[in-house]
Design a protein around this ligand. Structure first.
Ligand code: CP3
Length: 341
């Protein structure tokens, strides 16, 4: 098996480590901006296999990353559950806030039928990608997706979802349960279509207390992992509980994910300890990539030095920002690929 990123995700140590970037298909690339301009809406881009394949391949052609991530969005799952969704320039996703009565009426059957264009994209990608490139599918974790469904848009501290969860615990549990079911079906369909591994993005897990983290983040993700593994026992699953801090300890064991995605605030000494149980992925501050120069070089060196001795997939600690210069991305890749022990 030549897919280096996949081998590391399964626990092998390879140095120099494989590398890819979260949001690697995005606005920092002129070719993405061009396709996006002609595509119509952002959702058209997500649901048109020809276009979604094209933008997924763009960063692979340009940089030869070791992994490609399906071009789509975490909010296609609530969209398939019948919630309205649009993406506004400069504002991000906008939905009609979901209410208790709507949650009681949610039905998870038929989600994957709606999302068939996404699976067609995965099939075409596996056929078109170089054999050595690992193909990742993904979904949002139920907590993170629920924060958008309840507020109707992104919020700085996810206060609407936290309040809803405290005020209506049973109804919120139903929402998380439905999202876990639909998300598991979505991941299974991506694996059926040829994805080598899948990542679960829990971008807003950093705002919860210990008890809520367990109930809203760990439990639903564990349910997804269990359902996926019932169909694909060998499925490689990356968990990314961004901002989880001390709660990263035990997350792999409690959810069953193979790989831990680390944000940039995770101390490297602590991260090295987490490699005892399997691979880690991350965790360069995306703003080091914007700044370049010594800030970039030092950040890359520190990760390689501290984590290069164990199973590591080099990545950013969150998505690349539109301001990141392409020359800095090239420099990062050169330094990772040119690294010597
Ligand atoms: O290259 C890749 O990483 C694959 C594609 C991908 C996108 N979104 C494309 C996208 C992935 C994996 C996501 C995940 C996603 N989407 C998350 C989890 C990861 C994270 O960033 O925390 C979240 C929270 C979303 C929801 C979402 N989608 C937001 C908040 C926004 C607006 C913010 C922004 O950057 O504009 C989006 C839009 C979005 N999704 C864009 C892209 C490339 C930019 C929209 C555009 O091109 O106009």
């Amino acid at each position: 098996m030549v897919r280096k990123a996949l081998r590391v995700m399964r626990g092998e140590t390879i140095f120099p480590p494989p590398i890819w970037m979260m949001r690697q298909a995005g606005r920092y690339l002129p070719e993405y901006r061009e396709t996006r301009r002609t595509a119509g809406s952002f959702l058209d881009l997500c649901y048109t296999p020809e276009l979604a394949v094209e933008v997924t391949l763009q960063p692979i052609r340009r940089f030869g990353f070791d992994a490609a991530i399906l071009f789509s969005d975490i909010l296609v799952v609530p969209h398939a559950l019948g919630r309205d969704l649009r993406f506004e320039e400069g504002r991000g996703p906008v939905m009609t806030p979901i209410e208790a009565k709507d949650i009681l009426r949610l039905e998870t059957d038929g989600t994957t039928k709606q999302l068939e264009p996404v699976y067609e994209t995965v099939r075409r990608l596996r056929a078109e990608l170089p054999d050595e490139t690992t193909l990742l599918g993904f979904c949002g974790a139920p907590w993170t997706v629920a924060t958008y469904m309840i507020a109707g848009h992104g919020t700085p501290d996810q206060a609407p979802a936290r309040l809803f969860a405290y005020r209506h615990p049973d109804i919120f549990d139903k929402l998380l349960g439905d999202l876990a079911e639909a998300s598991a079906d979505h991941l299974i369909a991506q694996l059926d279509a040829g994805a080598d591994a899948v990542q679960i993005f829990d971008s807003w897990s950093g705002v919860l207390d210990e008890h809520s983290f367990e109930r809203f983040c760990v439990k639903p993700v564990a349910r997804i992992v269990e359902k996926v593994r019932a169909i694909h026992p060998e499925a490689v699953i990356v968990g990314f509980p961004k901002g989880a801090g001390a709660l990263y300890a035990g997350y792999r064991e409690r959810t069953g994910v193979n790989v831990l995605g680390l944000d940039w605030t995770v101390p490297l000494s602590f991260a090295a300890g987490l490699q005892g149980q399997g691979a880690v992925q991350g965790n360069l501050d995306p703003l080091r990539l914007v700044a370049g120069g010594a800030a970039l070089d030092e950040g890359v060196e520190a990760i390689l030095e501290n984590l290069g001795g164990g199973p590591l997939i080099f990545n950013l600690g969150h998505g690349i920002t539109p301001e990141a210069p392409i020359s800095h991305v090239e420099r990062m890749i050169e330094r990772v690929r040119g690294a010597r022990i």
